[in-house]
Design a protein around this ligand. Structure first.
Ligand SMILES: [Zn+2]
Ligand SMILES: [Zn+2]
Length: 447
């Protein structure tokens, strides 16, 4: 026999239990987790030791763009051991793996870049890189100073997790290990642009692509992203100013390209500050090097300047080019010199497909916890992941790699000798990418 009072209590208890059960099944952000998702969340942490070992091995043995020979070999061997169909030598040293699931469905591509940088490591760690190489005629250290070593280890981990659930996968996974994200050596093609040219998004045709970048200034455990334009388009340019050489004591008998170049550098600052409507989008024009002259008392014949442009908007992009030409040539002309401007269009804007971002962000919130996923402003850095996104819907996000408790001011930026990544980020990286892949496949199946 139950009194109304006790039955009320037990009903309340039952309702609470049901609520707790639903919360567990649905996860932190009200997002349903499938058996595949649960399996990924269980398997990824078990891999942590291997992830750290792989990452340290790549860190200690970095290779520059289009020269990732040993790296590619290790990746290819790992994929083959997992029973994944492997193609090597794509866009020089790229490795592409295809994992065909046991059930029909779309094709998802997952991308990691593999190249290191000509930077001499200064971080005191047991797996510090001591590799040196010849770069542009100089001996320099080589370092994974952008964290691509973590990207390779993470995607190898994702391959291991997904290969273990091959029969249950409703679709195909294409693993893209890409060379030369930081740019190919002079005179060579490379990176994502060449991978696309060589057909990496075909056979089988890719429906969506995902990628991440570790970030040394975002706390470990956190994820950042934005929808739409995310990283800048990048151009490199050079300006050659030609004057007339003369004795430094008799400047009136020549045309001074150094004074002319100084005026050009100063005037170029007005492109961003006076010509562009910055309320639409940011832009950057930077001169990175000036070379001219050999001696105190010689006014040289010419000066060469090189620099970079960052934009987010096609109209602003072409307007910067126009002003760069106008300012350089007209100032040179007014001095009796000439200026020739050469602009190399490098990478387009990295644009996260808005529909895909909206569809998939729940996955990241579920994986990392909603409070750890943040929308960030655009970055004026660039990424050649943009070339994939020009062809297929893509989503690219940033994974925290800064040790907890450190401030952004203390954490060394990418591309510096003190760049450092907390390895506590690796498991979250594997869970994020693997879950984006399986959630995408399962969502397509549900349609
Ligand atoms: Zn980089
Ligand atoms: Zn990078």
């Amino acid at each position: 026999m139950t009194t109304p009072f006790t039955s009320k209590i037990s009903n309340k208890f039952c309702r609470m239990s049901a609520a707790v059960l639903i919360a567990v099944a649905v996860g932190q952000s009200g997002y349903a987790q499938s058996p595949l998702a649960k399996s990924i969340d269980q398997k990824a942490p078990v891999l942590e030791k291997k992830l750290v070992e792989w990452r340290r091995d790549f860190h200690q043995n970095p290779e520059l763009g289009n020269r990732e020979f040993k790296t590619a070999e290790k990746v290819a061997n790992h994929l083959k051991r997992l029973g994944i169909e492997v193609t090597t030598g794509v866009a020089h040293t790229g490795v592409v793996g295809i994992l065909k699931g046991g059930k029909p469905g779309p094709v998802v591509a997952l991308r990691a870049d593999m190249d290191g940088l000509p930077v001499a490591e200064r971080v005191d760690i047991p797996f510090k890189s001591t590799v040196t190489t010849e770069y542009k005629g100089q001996t320099t250290g080589v370092m994974h100073a952008c964290g691509h070593d973590t990207h390779i280890a993470i995607l190898m981990g994702v391959a291991e997790v997904l290969a273990s659930m091959k029969n249950e996968l409703p679709g195909t996974i294409k693993f893209i290990f890409q060379p030369a994200e930081e740019g190919a050596p002079e005179g060579e093609e490379g990176g994502a642009e060449l991978m696309v040219k060589e057909g990496v998004l075909e056979n089988p045709k890719v429906d969506a692509i995902f990628g991440l970048h570790i970030d040394s200034q975002i706390e470990v455990g956190k994820i950042s992203y934005r929808s739409g334009a995310t990283m800048a388009a990048v151009d490199f340019f050079s300006i050659d100013v030609k004057g007339k050489q003369t004795h430094g004591a008799y400047p009136w008998s020549g045309v001074d390209p150094i004074v002319t170049s100084s005026q050009i550098v100063t005037a170029l600052q007005t492109i961003v500050s006076r010509n562009l409507n910055l309320t639409q989008a940011p832009a950057v024009v930077t001169i990175g090097a000036i070379h001219g002259g050999v001696r105190q008392n010689i006014i040289p014949e010419s000066v060469k300047m090189i620099g970079t442009i960052r934009t987010f908007d096609e109209e602003m992009h072409s307007y910067v080019h126009k002003r760069l030409h106008e300012i350089s040539t007209n100032i040179a002309e007014s001095a009796g010199a000439t200026a020739s401007v050469d602009i190399d269009v490098m990478y387009p804007v990295t644009v996260n497909n808005e529909a895909l971002t909206a569809k998939m962000i729940g996955t990241l919130e579920n994986v990392a916890g909603k409070e750890n996923v943040n929308v960030i402003p655009v970055k004026t850095g660039a990424e050649d992941f943009a070339f994939y996104q020009q062809k297929v819907p893509g989503f690219f996000f940033f994974l925290g790699g800064m040790p907890k408790g450190k401030s952004v001011a203390e954490a060394a930026p990418h591309h510096t000798p003190d760049f450092y990544v907390d390895e506590g980020s690796l498991v979250l990286g594997v869970r994020s990418i693997a879950r984006l892949a399986t959630d995408y496949l399962e969502k397509a199946k549900g349609k």
